[in-house]
Every structure is written in structure tokens, then in C-alpha cells.
Design a protein around this ligand. Structure first.
Ligand SMILES: [Fe+2]
Length: 290
């Protein structure tokens, strides 16, 4: 059966059938997936659980990867997975859910705010490829917002206003929003802000999108309160229900999203239940700001 993509979201997100991710992809399948990503921005595959090696082989068939080094509060000796993977589970290296008050957990639940992965890095992420190994009995959905549709729906005055803005992104900003400020001096240095443009143009389709993220805490040249109000207003606009697709996970699902064209957020779930999600990330082409 040939690879087929059917739209499932309100204005984006496609479900892919007719491809076996446990096997090496042929060139036609790789280009169909890239073309699907250009069009749908989020692609969903249902299937059997992939081993880490299979997940990585699939990822590398799509492009070069971004390493997950220095982006969480896990110490190197606490890692459950290699740094080829972003460990977005709630599990420690012994596969036990973090205690409620564990600062690694409190930092990690910042991903329940709308964001774009690695927007706090000078070269932000292209695709995120998230695979479900274990899911809680309830909650834990991932929601996606189509930032192209959000951009298109702005009025002309707002499009002019945001066109050349440059934002300051840092995990210090996103965590500060939820009252997590308990950082060491080393972490503060490591999470120092980077600049990102606010309007991105897709290199293939030419479509523009709003590049927002909870990591954005300032706009270059703007007073902070005014910048944060605009960022908040734009985020509220972009995450209206007509722009959002909710994914309800099943074990074995693999979801790819384009961080240049979408935002996403995780939803809450019972903390004592394991939610084992493993993410690989395709590196972006370069910084968004010269
Ligand atoms: Fe994320």
C-alpha cells in the first residue's frame, strides 16, 4: 500500500498510513513525508512501539539531528536516554516517576505552556519526532496550534507591526511564568536569552507564520511590560480553538511537528503514572536572526 496522508485537524495535521517505520524508508517515502510536513505541519503515525535505534534511524532518514545537551535540569549522570534523545518522560533513570516536588519535574512541566521546541537555542529546531512508549490512563494529550493560520488571520495593521520584530527567548522566561525561579548561577548562564524573528517564512511553501513560544519574554527595543502584553495577546490569538488540533496518544504513536510552523503544549496527567515519551529532533537550518 502506498503512503497516504489524510487531514485530521481543523486546518492542518495529517494522519499517515501505508508506511512501516520499523523498516528503512525508500526515497519516495522520505520525500512524501517532507511534502506532507510542508503542507500539514503535523503528521501522525499509528503503529508498533519502535526501539530507540529504529526511532533514530527513521529520524536520520529525514535529516540531521539536534542534540539534547544542557537543556533540562537532569544532570549528565541522571540521564535515562542518550543525548540523541530529549527525554520528555516524567521518569528518572530508574524508570520511577519524579516526586511531585522534584525540581526536574517542576521545570519539565513548563512544557504545558504553548511553545516551539528549542526556540531558546540560537539555531532552533526544525522537526520534533515524539514517540509514545507508555501513556497515563487519562490526560497527557498534546495540543498543536497552526501558526500559519494564526498569521493569516491577523489584520494588516498587526501584520505590519510584527513583521520585523525580534524577540528574546530563554527557558528562564518560560519557567519564570509559572513561578519557577530556583536556578543555580550555572543554569542562569546556560539559559541566557537568544534572539529570534517573530515572523518566519517557510523555505519551501513561502507561507508566513508567527514564531511565538512561552520562552519569548521580550522584544528588542520594546519596554518589557509592553512586549509581554503583545506576546500574550498574540499567543491568545494563535491558540484559539479553530487553530488547534488535539492529539490523544496511544502507545506506539509517533507524531512529527514542524516547530517553524506550529506551537504545541502538553496537557496535565496523574503524576504518579509513567508517561514515557521520547523525542528526537531535527536541527534547524541556522539562526533566524543574522
Ligand atoms: Fe515541546
Amino acid at each position: 500500500m502506498a503512503l497516504t496522508i489524510k487531514q485530521v485537524g481543523p486546518c492542518f495535521a495529517g494522519e499517515v498510513t501505508g508506511v512501516d517505520l520499523t523498516k528503512a524508508l525508500c526515497l519516495e517515502e522520505v520525500s512524501a513525508i517532507h511534502a506532507g510536513m510542508d503542507q500539514f505541519a503535523v503528521l501522525i503515525f499509528h503503529g508498533a512501539k519502535l526501539g530507540n535505534d529504529q526511532h533514530m534511524a527513521f529520524t536520520k532518514s529525514l535529516g540531521g539531528i539536534e542534540q539534547a545537551i544542557g537543556t533540562s535540569l537532569r544532570e549528565p549522570e541522571d540521564h535515562r536516554l542518550s543525548t540523541d534523545f530529549a527525554d520528555v518522560s516524567n521518569l528518572d533513570k530508574y524508570e520511577r516517576p519524579f516526586e511531585r516536588e522534584d525540581r526536574r519535574r517542576l521545570f519539565a512541566i513548563g512544557n504545558r505552556l504553548w511553545h516551539s521546541d528549542s526556540s531558546f537555542k540560537p539555531t532552533p529546531a526544525k522537526y520534533s519526532i515524539l514517540h509514545a512508549h507508555a501513556i497515563p490512563t487519562r490526560g497527557g494529550n498534546t495540543e498543536f496550534a497552526d501558526m500559519r493560520a494564526a498569521y493569516d488571520a491577523l489584520d494588516d495593521e498587526m501584520k505590519d507591526l510584527v513583521e520585523d520584530l525580534i524577540c528574546e527567548h530563554s527557558q528562564l522566561h518560560s519557567r519564570g511564568r509559572i513561578g519557577f525561579t530556583d536556578f543555580t548561577d550555572e543554569e542562569r548562564k546556560r539559559f541566557k536569552p537568544v534572539h529570534q524573528i517573530m515572523v518566519r517564512r517557510h523555505p519551501v511553501t513561502g507561507r508566513k507564520s508567527l514564531y511565538l513560544s512561552s520562552h519569548a519574554g521580550g522584544i528588542v527595543g520594546w519596554p518589557v511590560p509592553e512586549a509581554r502584553i503583545l506576546l500574550q495577546d498574540l499567543t491568545e490569538h494563535a491558540t484559539q480553538r479553530q487553530f488547534v488540533h488535539t492529539h490523544e496518544w496511544q502507545v506506539g504513536d509517533l507524531v512529527i511537528w514542524d516547530n517553524r510552523q506550529t506551537m504545541h503544549r502538553a496537557r496535565p496527567f496523574p503524576n504518579e503514572q509513567p508517561r514515557d515519551m521520547r523525542r528526537t529532533t531535527l536541527a534547524g537550518d541556522g539562526p533566524t536572526v543574522a
